[in-house]
Design a protein around this ligand. Sequence first.
Ligand SMILES: CC(=O)N[C@H]1[C@@H](OP(=O)(O)OP(=O)(O)OC[C@H]2O[C@@H](n3ccc(=O)[nH]c3=O)[C@H](O)[C@@H]2O)O[C@H](CO)[C@@H](O)[C@@H]1O
Length: 363
Amino acid sequence: MRLIISGGGTGGHIYPALAIIEDLLKQEPDSEVLYVGSHRGLESSIVPKQGIKFVALKIQGFKRSLSFENFKTIALFLKSVHDSKKIIKDFKPDVVIGTGGYVSGAVVYAAAKAHIPTIIHEQNSAVGLTNKFLSRYVDKIAIGFHEAKAQFPEEKVIFTGNPRAQQVANMHSDFKWSSIGLKDDVSTVLIFGGSQGAPAINNAVIGSINEFNRRTYQVVFVTGQKRYTQVMDKLQKSQIKSNIKVLPYINNMPQVLPKVDLIIGRAGATSIAEITALGIPAILIPSPYVTADHQTKNTMSLVSRGAALMIKEADLNPKNLLKAVDQLMHDPAEREKMAKNSRGLGVVNSADKILEIAHNLTK
Ligand SMILES: CC(=O)N[C@H]1[C@@H](OP(=O)(O)OP(=O)(O)OC[C@H]2O[C@@H](n3ccc(=O)[nH]c3=O)[C@H](O)[C@@H]2O)O[C@H](CO)[C@@H](O)[C@@H]1O
């Protein structure tokens, strides 16, 4: 198959695209894949490192207020559609898949106009702006949450789950904590605020660090690439003991996740897919800054099944965080119960399902 795939801006859009690519190359090693991303998004650093052919378009998102920047955004979008048409003409894809983010809007729109079969994947229960726009033009819409169905033209929608669930569920991991300076035989908490890090979570962890220093479990604290220096500055006065590792980003999450005993994090759709595919106990702090408060909905779908706990960002402080982490880390039976409730909520053949849709469109 010749596949153009586009998804950008944040990890939540990029990793599902990478999972689809990995599954395609496993099924049909002769396939040709081109990833079209934006020059500023995380994809421009993540995708080329995976050895995938990558082209970047110059594009940006709309500002909520009326501003001159929005004229520039429109101009960049039109130019990106024009550039995408040329990329599509040269590459001659059998199918074009979009996994969200502004850049996928231009690429998938251009493909639909060129009568190339198109699919979009919506990770969230509340549909994003780009996918809402594209839903008029594409052939099929794969969704990660049933709740998204009613927000799209019904006849195009197929529930597939999130392809990242399949990727992490099938991963054989020989990752060792000792490779990052921790102990291999000690229970480990992983703290990260989505793909970009979250200031509220970072601040709560900074305020808890002296206590975490004294715990028998170990803590991996991922700040987000752009927030690392700032966090390290704030931590300067604290002595960080050997049971804590502070990192800007984890590049090999599918290897790391199976070794984690408890996750503290945001509730982005792709993180949720990973957590539920592997059955990792979790304390979720949904971002209150996203469309239609969808992270709270994501969180509640786990909390209502006994698969996670929630701390609202408004209630988050070092004391509450520590209390919740301590309680679960000192109660392996409770963690096991959560793991059991969580495991299996993730759709572990999601990438296969999306490729099946692609094949049906190209027959
Ligand atoms: C603030 C915001 O707009 N968040 C949205 C964004 O979140 P965000 O980009 O944070 O996406 P998710 O939480 O869904 O996924 C994060 C992804 O990044 C990976 N990861 C994270 C940290 C790290 O160090 N290394 C790493 O590989 C995770 O394993 C996961 O695969 O897209 C999601 C999917 O559309 C949405 O549901 C979120 O609401």
